[in-house]
Write a protein of this length. Structure first.
Length: 404
């Protein structure tokens, strides 16, 4: 059987600020499900498909928890528990299996006899929520200190894109996706941009933008195979589109595929307003190459866009601070309605960001938003899981997840 380590802990010293979980199971699809679920919870992970790999994983990765699947039967479980005891493993052990199974009960008792800290058995089949509940005490609470340099993350190959769906407010179907940058740090696991992006003056921003464009293009090709074409939006600073040469380079990287219908570059609303003419120039040039500019995180500064001569932007996204809780807040609704009027005037679709409750979704739909995104529909997930989700939603299937 194969083994896979999702994080290489040999670099960045030996300091640990994120719990590491070692996944032991013979079946690759079980390890994949567990890895995806745990990384969404911001754990670092490593994997073992063979008993012989457990000892090396303990030494190299120093896991805080071993999740032991029993797809290979009780003998594998006995071997792993004995290995953990022999190495004086000080972390916790979580067994996966039918709670009423004599084999599982015997392994649980063996672990306790070996003085291992055994968590309550996680009964199969299980969901991501069941898994989270089983390991609540290990959920990450620390953050990277000091922050990681962007240039370091780029050169080390730690960056990747995760995707959050955009849904049509009328049909509640997935019609697009926003690509969000994440760092898979060797020690901290999955890290959000707040800990490795500084400001617009960061010298690594151009390289980050080039990475984002290239990776989004690769992911788009994967999505076509898995679920058909989908409109991807990426976040870019306006400075990356500073001249026609940069714009031309951006356009050349777009998918050369008959199903490609376009990509969106989201630029922060404050940045657009601060350099409105430059933003308009870029938007005019890009739209001839199936690339549109979206005004992102627009809020109280919306009056600056009233009565401009032309509006070459393809979308307006309303800042989440005016969406979250809007169902019970008349002031937030008033700002939303003004921005909606602005969008209708220019013929630009509107997106409500940060929709987290059904009440807020019903409110933004009643107000007239075209699209919505937020945790109510899905948290950002890796491209493989996103492709499966999109495919199932578009074909009317149910996403079924579980360890067995």
């Amino acid at each position: 059987m194969e083994t896979q380590t999702t994080n290489t802990f040999a670099t960045f010293g030996r300091r640990k600020a994120r719990s590491c979980i070692c996944i032991v199971d013979r079946k690759p699809h079980i390890r994949t499900f567990l890895r995806n679920s745990l990384e969404e919870l911001e754990f670092a992970t490593c994997e073992c498909g063979e008993n012989a790999q457990v000892e090396a994983a303990l030494q190299e990765h120093r896991p805080d928890l071993v999740v032991l699947g029993l797809s290979a039967g009780g003998e594998q479980g006995v071997h792993v528990l004995n290995t953990l005891a022999a190495k004086k493993f000080a972390g916790k052990v979580l067994l996966l299996g039918p709670r009423v199974s004599p084999m599982v009960r015997a392994l649980q008792q063996l672990g306790e006899q070996l003085n291992l800290e055994m968590l309550p058995v996680l009964s199969t089949p299980f969901s991501s929520e069941n898994l989270r509940d089983s390991i609540t005490g290990l959920l990450p609470v620390e953050v990277p200190q000091p922050p990681v340099e962007l240039t370091e993350a780029l050169s080390a190959g730690w960056l990747e894109l995760w995707y959050e769906p955009k849904v049509d407010t009328r049909t509640v179907t997935v019609v697009g996706a926003e690509a969000l940058i994440r760092m898979r740090h060797p020690t901290w696991g999955i890290v959000t941009p707040a800990y490795f992006l500084s400001d617009d003056g960061d010298p690594g921003l151009r390289a980050l933008s080039e990475f984002t464009i290239a990776q989004a293009t690769r992911d788009w090709h994967e999505f076509v195979v898995e679920s058909g074409p989908i409109e991807i939006a990426i976040n870019l600073p306006l400075a990356v589109l500073a001249d026609q040469d940069s714009i031309r380079e951006f356009c050349l990287k777009m998918p050369n595929h008959p199903a490609f219908e376009g990509m969106i570059a989201e630029i922060n609303g404050i940045e657009v307003i601060r350099s409105l003419e430059r933003a308009k120039t870029a938007a005019r040039l890009l739209r001839f190459h199936n690339i549109g500019i979206s005004i992102d995180n627009l809020g109280a500064e919306w009056p600056a866009l009233v009565d401009i001569d032309d509006f070459p932007f393809v979308e307006i996204k309303v800042d989440r601070k005016f969406i979250t809780g809007c169902a019970d807040d008349q002031l937030k609704q008033a700002v939303c309605r003004r921005i909606l009027d602005l969008g209708r005037r220019y013929g630009a679709p509107t997106v409500a960001e940060g929709v987290e409750t059904i009440a807020d979704f019903l409110a933004v739909r009643a107000m007239g938003f075209d699209r919505a995104q937020g945790f109510l529909f899905s948290k950002p997930v890796g491209p493989k899981k996103f492709a499966r989700t999109v495919l199932l939603r578009r074909t009317g299937g149910d996403e079924r997840e579980g360890g067995t």
